[in-house]
Design a protein around this ligand. Structure first.
Ligand code: AMP
Length: 210
């Protein structure tokens, strides 16, 4: 099964991707995580991406398309994959079509902007493995420590309030048109994000397995 998770930043794509990847035994591919790893390792790609990311802007299409193309060639994608955070623009979706990658379903997780702002301020991510937590909705067992790998959980720089505002603006302008794009392709399923993560997960799994 080849899946795309759509939704605004903070809609819960990463958390849902983690659940689905375990349920279906396919990798979750997050372009955001790949870019953050490049920044951590101070590669030329990371250096270039950092300025855009810290300002809440999108990294240029050409860069992320190349990252994804390479990642999809890995062996673990043979039985399917979940894309979390790609595509984020219509040209990226078109590039995916041109790669002849079959997409079975696109799950759009919808959450109102006001809720997103509150959610992102409580989000914490593991510096080592990228696992995602929330101080209120999904706390790690020990505060500041990742359940999965014992790494340190921190607030992302781009989760600060001003950057969140800009990320939401960019989302509405550049990513939201994909809802129309995949509706026309007959692939879109909408999931209303719920207060409880587990409730959203139940709806997401239903949308994927239906
Ligand atoms: P995420 O972890 O998915 O929220 O991504 C964090 C940041 O990485 C975004 O705000 C963008 O700056 C960048 N990024 C991740 N994926 C993409 C993409 N598909 N296109 C452009 N920029 C991206």
């Amino acid at each position: 099964m080849n899946l795309i998770l759509l939704g605004a930043p903070g809609a819960g794509k990463g958390t849902q991707a983690e659940v689905i990847c375990k349920a279906l035994n396919i990798p979750a591919i997050s372009t955001g995580n790949i870019l953050r790893e490049a920044i951590k390792n101070q590669t030329p790609l990371g250096m270039e991406a950092k300025t855009y990311m810290d300002g809440g802007k999108l990294v240029p299409d050409e860069i992320v398309i190349n990252i994804l193309k390479e990642r999809l060639q890995a062996d673990d994608c043979k039985n399917g994959f979940i894309l979390d955070g790609f595509p984020r623009t219509v040209p990226q979706a078109e590039a995916l079509d041109q790669m002849n990658v079959r997409i079975d379903r696109v799950v759009d997780i919808e959450v109102a902007d006001e809720k997103i702002t509150a959610r992102l301020s409580g989000r914490r991510v593991c510096e080592s493995c990228g696992a995602s937590y929330h101080t209120q909705y999904k706390p790690s067992k020990v505060e500041g420590v990742c359940d999965a790998c014992g790494g340190k959980t921190v607030q992302r720089k781009d989760d600060h309030p001003d950057t969140v505002k800009e990320r939401l603006r960019v989302y509405h302008e550049q990513t939201e048109p994909l809802i129309d794009y995949y509706t026309k392709a007959g692939k879109l399923v909408v999931v209303e994000g719920q207060e409880e993560v587990a409730d959203t997960t139940a709806l997401t799994l239903k949308a994927v397995e239906a």
